[in-house]
Write a new protein. Structure first.
Lengths: 307, 301
């Protein structure tokens, strides 16, 4: 039965009936073909010594040389460590922050207060990355606000953004500032979806606020948390380059430079096309595997999954 | 019996007292968090209208402006790069959002139809790009091969569709009753007609979210503009902003001190405000639609 789904006859009937619909889809499919799939073909230069004037067909094939070059590069360990550490810190601090905010905000019963607080905390999400990092930079300058506070508490002034030791702290804190409110939306929606009768039943059974939280609220929130966690795990190696490129400078490369920013540096700035593409391709494949693995794991353990 | 009841009563009062303390504490905490989120922008705003020589001598937080002057804003608008940047960004915003919405509507409409033999393969074709991509360099080389570098169109055409947005809109279109579509078909309406006169008017909320997402993305985008465009007249606002706020020469100036530094600082603050104002202005009008746009369930097939 299933094998016949795409039989010649079925295709003919479908084409006759839906021709005008397929015509509407052409621009969209063409977009994906030209701007999403053609670069995937272009990623073949990862296995070449690509020379732009010769093109993909004319360039020399070198197999896995570019990948090996990356593994043997002195930066390899540093990049891997920085990427994973930044991701891990983000998982530990940035991931739970919106969940906690949503839980607390859910306890505030005054509707006006709730909506004003939400509006205020969402706002930083819409500020552009350039402006956000610009503000961070102004605040972290040696005569900036943060240093004023440090001095107030008895510390000494320093150029914080030149200091590799505090780079990750700055990155993570500013990330929480920008995303904690926006991230909480999805959890608030999940909390609003919990059946109110469950709370009533629990309170009749003598459960206080705390017990209700543990036995009603948290189980109701779990599916959403798991789905978000899968997505987060899937992007473990793909920390965005945009913020890093804006925030780092050569004096903080030691802790700041991550795989995606390195791809940008050696690719677009130094024009090592093949080498940089190889690193990107490797990263893409790892991300894909991580996502599929996280999804499988979650399906088995919790029965919640993305697909 | 009565004693037991009284005990329960007592317990209830006790726990509700504890709840009250928590509630008060919670309100205070939430207020603090909200203010903390807003404070950096507020600081920048009041600093931008403060008098430069006062702000440079001030240390610590700011609650209200020190003096009042708009001189920094005057300087910002005298900068020809800011004006041209604004114009370029407006072009990208208007043309970009329009083309994005058209393309996303087309895709979402087709994929929301039933009884389409090739629907699942098309869906896979599109979804796959969410999980795997060619990467930054092949994407760049691809644009170069299409001669899309050096023009504002290069910042519009390759970014017309965001797959995530497409899937959200498809879910919205799917929720529109099929009977309406059937009725229109019987009246002889074409698919394009159904899309424009049934789907679009009935999905205003979802489209508002699309409008917001695409709008913010185009307004805030800087990376590909800084990579693809060399011509200074064509740079959008965010790239100009990056030069003003984050370039290394500014870093050196910051250590210099004196009047020029003070002026420079207020100018930087004023630039931030000028570049962020449009978003702050439309923000309150669209925020009621937020919750609709971020359902994870929407991604699930």
């Amino acid at each position: 039965m299933k094998r016949n789904k795409y039989s010649a006859n079925a295709i003919k009937v479908d084409w006759k009936r839906n021709k005008s619909l397929y015509l509407l889809a052409i621009p969209v499919l063409l977009f994906y073909l030209l701007f999403m799939y053609k670069p995937m073909y272009g990623a073949l230069i990862a296995f070449q010594n690509y020379v732009p004037t010769k093109g993909i067909s004319g360039s020399e094939w070198v197999g896995l040389d570019q990948f090996i070059r990356f593994f043997q590069s002195p930066y390899f360990v540093r990049l891997l460590r920085n990427t994973i550490l930044l991701s891990l810190y983000s998982l530990i601090f940035c991931f739970p922050a919106p969940i906690i905010l949503a839980l607390l905000l859910n306890e505030a019963k005054n509707k006006h207060f709730k909506s004003i607080t939400q509006t205020m905390t969402y706002l930083p999400h819409f500020i552009s990355m350039v402006v956000a990092v610009g503000i961070v930079k102004e605040f972290c300058m040696s005569d900036g606000l943060i240093n004023d506070l440090i001095v107030m508490f008895g510390g000494t002034r320093s150029a914080l953004l030149q200091n590799p030791a505090v780079y990750r702290t700055i990155y993570i804190i500013s990330d929480i500032w920008q995303e904690v409110g926006w991230g909480s939306i999805i959890y608030l929606a999940a909390l609003a979806g919990i059946d109110q009768q469950l709370y009533e039943a629990a309170s009749i059974d003598g459960a206080g606020k705390w017990k209700q939280m543990i036995h009603v609220t948290l189980p109701g929130l779990m599916p959403t948390v798991i789905v978000m966690l899968i997505l987060r795990m899937g992007s473990l190696m793909s920390m965005s380059y945009e913020k890093t490129i804006l925030l780092f400078n050569p004096s903080t490369y030691e802790t700041a430079d991550i795989i995606s920013s390195y791809i940008y540096r050696v690719g677009l700035l130094e024009q090592n096309w093949s080498y940089s593409t190889a690193i990107g391709l490797m990263n893409s494949v790892i991300n894909c595997i991580l996502l599929v693995a996280a999804n499988k794991l979650s399906k088995r353990v919790t029965e919640n999954s993305l697909w | 019996m009565a004693k037991k009841n009284a005990e329960i009563q007592k317990k209830k009062i006790k726990s509700s007292a504890g709840e009250k303390v928590f509630s008060v504490f919670n309100y205070i905490l939430m207020t603090a968090v909200a203010l903390l989120c807003l404070y950096p922008m507020w600081y920048v705003l009041v600093a931008s209208v403060s008098e430069p020589n006062k702000i440079i001598r001030h240390s610590g937080g700011l609650v209200k402006s020190l003096g009042f002057t708009l001189s920094a804003y005057k300087k910002v608008f005298e900068n020809p790069n800011i004006i041209s940047g604004y114009m370029n960004t407006l072009f990208i915003l208007i043309v970009g959002v329009a083309t994005s919405l058209i393309m996303t509507c087309l895709g979402a409409y087709v994929l929301s139809r039933k009884n389409l033999l090739w629907k699942k393969p098309m869906m896979l074709f599109i979804m796959f790009t969410m999980f795997f991509s060619g990467g930054m360099i092949p994407f760049y080389l691809n644009l170069k091969s299409f001669k899309l570098t050096g023009s504002l169109w290069g910042l519009i055409i390759p970014f017309m569709i965001s797959t995530y947005n497409l899937i959200i809109l498809r879910t919205a279109f799917e929720s529109i009753p099929e009977s309406l579509v059937e009725a229109a078909k019987i009246d002889g309406a074409s698919h394009l007609k159904i899309l424009t006169s049934i789907m679009v008017p009935l999905s205003k909320g979802a489209l508002a979210v699309q409008f917001l997402y695409y709008g913010v993305e185009k307004w805030n985008g800087w990376f590909w503009a800084s990579t693809l465009i060399r011509d200074r007249d064509k740079l959008p606002l965010q790239v100009i902003l990056r030069e003003i706020l984050l370039s290394s020469t500014q870093n050196m100036q910051a250590g210099g001190g004196g009047d020029t530094e003070a002026v420079g600082m207020t100018i930087r603050y004023a630039t931030i405000i000028v570049a962020t104002i449009p978003i702050l202005l439309i923000y309150p009008f669209i925020q009621k639609y937020f919750a609709k746009g971020v359902m994870v369930g929407a991604v699930k097939e």
